[in-house]
Design a protein around this ligand. Structure first.
Ligand code: NDP
Length: 255
C-alpha cells in the first residue's frame, strides 16, 4: 500500500502529535515532507521537535495556532511555498484541548466556546485553508478511489464524542469536550460528503485512551501503541470509510 508523500499535522510538539511525527520519520518509506505545526515552534515545549528537525531535513516546523484564522491561512501559504507545486496528501487535525472537570454543574460558557473553537472550528479552518493543496494532490494522483496516499483529512476525535456510546462512559461527563468532539464528528461527515467529488477521503479516528498530558498516566495505551495503531489504519482506508469514525485498531464506532 502506498504511503502519503506529504503530510501536515497540528499540535505536533507533544503527545500523540509528536509521536506521529516520530513514527512517520522512522517509517520504512518516510514522507518527502512532514509539516509539523505547533503554537510555539521556538519555545521550550517544542524542543524535542526542533531536535528532530535538526536531524531530518524532510521535517519542517511551522507556527500554527488552530484557533487563529489568519495564522491558519498564513501557515497554508508557507506550506504551499515549500511544496513548490506539489500537493498535500494528508492533513491530520490532531490538536485538541480538554477540561477534565467540566460536568454540567461546573462547565461555563467560556469553556464551552474555547473548547469548541479549538476542537471543531480549528479543523474546519484547517481543511478550508489547505483544500487547494489537498485538491492538487488528488488531481496529481493516478490512484483510483479515495486513500490517504492520494488526499485525505484525518480528524483525531474520540469515542467521547459519539452520542450513541455516551451512556457507556458518562461516569466521565466532560461536557465541553464531548460536545466539541460530537461537532467534529459531524464536521467529518459534512467534509466527507462535500470533498468526495474532489477525491479527498475524510475520516475521524479515535486513538484510544492514551498516556499523554491529556490522557494522564492512568490511561490504557502507551502513546507508542496508539500511534502504531493509527498509522497502521491509515493505509487501509478507502472510500467505504469516508464519513466514519474508527478506533486505532480500525474498528468502526457508531456516531
Ligand atoms: P496533549 O494534551 O498531550 O497535546 C495536545 C496538543 O494539542 C499539544 O501539542 C497542544 O499544543 C496542541 N494544541 C492545543 N490547542 C492548540 C491550538 N489552539 N493550536 C494548535 N495546537 C494546539 O493531547 P493528546 O496528544 O493526548 O491529544 C491529541 C488529540 O487526540 C486531541 O485531539 C485529543 O482530543 C485526542 N484524543 C486523545 C485521547 C487521549 O487519551 N490522550 C483520547 C481521545 C482523543 P501546546 O503544547 O501548545 O499546548
Amino acid at each position: 500500500m502506498a504511503a502519503a508523500r506529504t503530510v501536515l499535522l497540528t499540535g505536533s510538539n507533544r503527545g500523540i502529535g509528536l509521536e506521529l511525527v516520530k513514527q512517520l520519520l522512522g517509517s520504512p518509506r518516510p514522507p518527502a515532507w512532514i509539516f509539523a505545526t505547533c503554537r510555539d515552534p521556538d519555545g521550550p515545549r517544542a524542543q524535542e521537535l526542533r531536535d528532530l528537525a535538526s536531524k531530518h531535513p524532510n521535517l519542517v516546523l511551522v507556527k500554527l495556532d488552530v484557533e487563529n484564522p489568519s495564522a491558519v491561512t498564513d501557515a497554508a501559504k508557507v506550506v504551499e511555498g515549500k511544496l513548490n507545486g506539489m500537493g498535500l496528501n494528508l492533513l491530520i487535525n490532531n490538536a485538541g484541548i480538554y477540561t477534565p472537570t467540566a460536568s454540567l454543574d461546573t462547565v461555563d460558557a467560556e469553556d464551552m466556546v474555547r473548547t469548541y473553537k479549538t476542537n471543531a472550528v480549528g479543523p474546519m479552518l484547517m481543511a478550508q485553508a489547505f483544500l487547494p493543496l489537498l485538491k492538487k494532490a488528488a488531481q496529481d494522483s493516478k490512484e483510483k478511489g479515495l486513500s490517504c496516499s492520494k488526499a485525505a483529512i484525518i480528524n483525531i476525535s474520540t469515542i467521547l464524542g459519539s452520542i450513541k456510546k455516551t451512556p457507556d462512559s458518562f461516569f466521565h461527563p466532560v461536557i465541553s469536550y464531548r460536545c466539541s468532539k460530537a461537532a467534529l464528528n459531524m464536521l467529518t461527515m459534512c467534509q466527507a460528503l462535500t470533498y468526495k467529488e474532489a477525491g479527498i477521503l475524510c475520516v475521524a479516528l479515535h486513538p484510544g485512551w492514551v498516556k499523554t498530558d491529556m490522557g494522564t498516566q492512568e490511561a490504557d495505551l502507551t502513546v507508542d501503541t496508539s500511534v502504531r495503531g493509527l498509522l497502521s489504519v491509515l493505509p487501509i482506508l478507502s472510500e467505504k470509510h469516508s464519513g466514519t469514525l474508527l478506533n486505532w485498531e480500525g474498528k468502526a464506532i457508531p456516531w
